[in-house]
Ligand binder design. Structure first.
Ligand SMILES: Nc1ncnc2c1ncn2[C@@H]1O[C@H](COP(=O)(O)OP(=O)(O)OP(=O)(O)O)[C@@H](O)[C@H]1O
Length: 295
């Protein structure tokens, strides 16, 4: 998408967003609540009209494709299902709009694990079963691009694990997979690539590994019976030292190696020397700091 922008009155929901999503990997679309993820996804499939900019799928706007379901399959938050229809009939009706046969309907029911309940009224489905049905609909046209908005919201651990595996499998088949979430912890185990937004703006487009390296300050935890003089020696070299617990120092701006060497030079004993890797969650918090809506 190119400079994608959406304003609702004075609210700027999406603000000049430009990024590309690559095939063959799961891209996590990450941002705090209200960051503009759903609005962006709605614009991608033409449910919302951009105030400015464009979103294209395989070279042209989604709605200009002859058989859109076969290009991009989407699961958005408010999914419309005819509640009185059975799961299979719901999918059959959708399939008919694209000339897709009943065999494919049975195939996707199998993929999402709903074959056994395909004749049951979709209105009586649990949240997890409803999500599975929504995903079956998204996969119906065997699309090259799959886009899911917060698919794990409200699911139990089995459902979460199932979606995770499915997304990875779809990407491994060479498809382009875009999945939104406001949870870094979920994206860290699901996505390889991340597009992070806050208040409608792009904050980072990066791999999970690069995100840590880019925003995380690494620190070293040191325990020493000579903490006082060691602290002074470290500060003298330009390191920043915090930590109020006796015998324990939290050192920034110095590597574990240089701290070890310095301690040896001065004859200080070390009881612990542990590099602290900032967690992805910390990296994400730092990146989106102040970007979320007030709780
Ligand atoms: N139809 C609308 N009319 C007015 N404002 C809207 C509309 N849809 C979204 N917004 C506003 O646009 C901003 C972005 O909302 P959006 O739903 O896209 O965020 P999101 O990142 O998907 O958040 P969430 O995770 O909470 O769904 C919010 O401030 C929201 O209040």
């Amino acid at each position: 998408m190119e400079n994608l922008t959406k304003r609702y009155g004075s609210t700027v929901a999406v603000d000049g967003l430009s990024f590309r999503i690559r095939p063959g990997q799961v891209t996590g679309f990450l941002g705090p609540n209200g960051a503009g993820k759903s609005t962006t996804m709605r614009m991608i499939i033409g449910l919302d009209r951009p105030t400015a900019g464009t979103a294209t799928v395989l070279g042209k706007p989604y709605v200009e494709h002859v058989a859109p379901l076969c290009v991009l399959g989407a699961l958005l938050e408010a999914k419309s299902v005819h509640r009185g229809r059975s799961a299979r009939n719901h999918l059959l009706a959708l399939a008919q709009t694209h000339g897709i046969g009943p065999r494919r309907v049975d195939e996707v029911l199998e993929t999402v694990g709903l074959s056994g309940v395909a004749g049951r009224r979709a209105g009586g489905f649990s949240l997890g079963m409803g999500q599975r049905l929504g995903i079956a609909a998204a996969l119906l046209g065997d699309p090259a691009v799959v886009m899911l908005d917060e698919p794990v919201n409200g699911l139990d651990p089995d459902g979460v694990r199932w979606i995770r595996t499915l997304l990875k499998d779809l990407a491994a088949e060479g498809r382009t997979v875009l999945v939104s979430s406001h949870l870094m912890s979920e994206m860290a185990v699901t996505a390889e690539h991340l597009v992070v937004i806050g208040r409608g703006r792009l904050l980072a487009e990066t791999s999970v590994a690069d995100l840590i390296a880019r925003v995380a300050v690494s620190r070293v935890l040191v325990r020493s019976p000579d903490a006082g003089p060691l602290r002074d020696a470290l500060v003298h070299t330009g390191a920043t030292v915090t930590g109020s617990e006796p015998g324990r120092l939290d050192v920034g701006g110095a590597s574990a190696e240089s701290i070890g060497d310095l301690a040896r030079k001065h004859g200080f004993a070390l009881h612990e020397l542990t590099p602290q890797r900032a967690s992805l969650e910390e990296a994400y918090m730092e990146l989106t700091n102040g970007q979320g809506l007030p709780a």
